[in-house]
Design a protein around this ligand. Structure first.
Ligand code: AMP
Length: 280
């Protein structure tokens, strides 16, 4: 695996690979890698000739400075894990490489999804996500982009970014399934911050989603949401939302129209976790 720390060196390496006809797959991450990330690397390896992973903890997408400060970092282990997957290229830029002095801030028009769910509870978050992904896409110019359903709303935002930045036909977004721990908890870099009691309690998020999925169609939407909310609060969570939504618009659904998606965001202390499950 080749590690690049500058945008210029990576960009020229990739341009040469593309001139030789190689297709490029890209997996952007914030590091503290787990099997969920690695599943995306594997998908990229299967589907493209050259797999590029980036690790960059993007300050502009953190609406909460404490979350940014405590975001887990484990570079040596990350590098070992990527070598284990035979990842071809790792981009490990510093702040100046991603946001050079001449970097122009853009206001991205994300429409309704920017003010719903994650957008409502993390103001500015998706602008920061678009800013970093837009810049990384310019540096890497991949043919295929690999992201996880775990961040369902983020995938919708990126789909939109691809379309209004004129990359729709050029970059294909592939959405990988959410990988889970044995008890069902969605893998997340933030899980490493949970203490033993919090880790035990955290399983209630996925349990609530599985329960909603089981009862969807036989119990009212309001009851499903209220019962998941009560279970989360009972387990010690501060809940941002439990929402059964339309997966195309993220607007709440009120009857058992298909398809639908259940989404949860909730915090244990300062650790905020999200998960979702398609209900069709
Ligand atoms: P992050 O490092 O959290 O920014 O995540 C980088 C990519 O990995 C994003 O596309 C995430 O959606 C994806 N990802 C995170 N957790 C999981 C998971 N449990 N299963 C599959 N993909 C994941």
């Amino acid at each position: 695996m080749i590690i690049f720390k500058t945008a210029a060196a990576l960009n020229s390496y990739i341009q040469k690979a593309k001139e030789q006809g190689q297709s490029v797959g890209f997996v952007p991450t914030m590091g503290a890698l787990h099997q969920g990330h690695l599943s995306l690397i594997r998908q990229s390896k299967i589907n493209t000739a050259l797999t590029v992973c980036s690790i960059f903890v993007n300050p502009t997408q953190f609406n909460n400075p404490e979350d940014f400060k405590h975001y887990p970092i484990n570079r040596e282990k990350d590098i070992e894990l990527l070598i284990g997957q035979d990842c071809d290229v790792l981009f490990l830029p510093g702040l100046q490489e991603v946001y050079p002095v001449n970097h122009q801030k853009t206001q991205y028009d994300l429409g309704q999804i920017e003010v719903l769910l994650e957008g409502e509870h993390r103001p500015g978050h998706f602008q920061g996500v678009c800013e970093v992904v837009d810049r990384l896409l310019s540096i890497v110019s991949p043919d295929q982009l690999f992201m996880g359903q775990k961040d369902f709303q983020q995938c919708m935002v990126i789909e939109r970014l691809l379309s209004f930045s004129g990359r729709s036909g050029k970059v294909q977004l592939n959405i990988g399934p959410t990988l889970r721990e044995a008890d069902g908890l969605a893998m997340s870099s933030r899980n490493t911050r949970l203490n033993v009691d919090q880790r035990r309690a955290a399983v209630i998020i996925s349990e609530s989603l599985f329960k909603i999925k089981d009862l969807f169609g036989t119990t009212s939407i309001e009851e499903l949401e209220a019962s998941a909310m009560a279970a989360l609060i009972n387990a010690g969570f501060a809940v941002d939302y439990v929402s059964i939504s339309n997966p195309k618009t993220l607007m709440p659904v009120h009857d058992h129209e298909q398809p639908a998606i259940a989404l949860i965001a909730a915090s244990l202390g300062s650790i905020r976790l999200i998960d979702n499950m398609l209900l069709d």
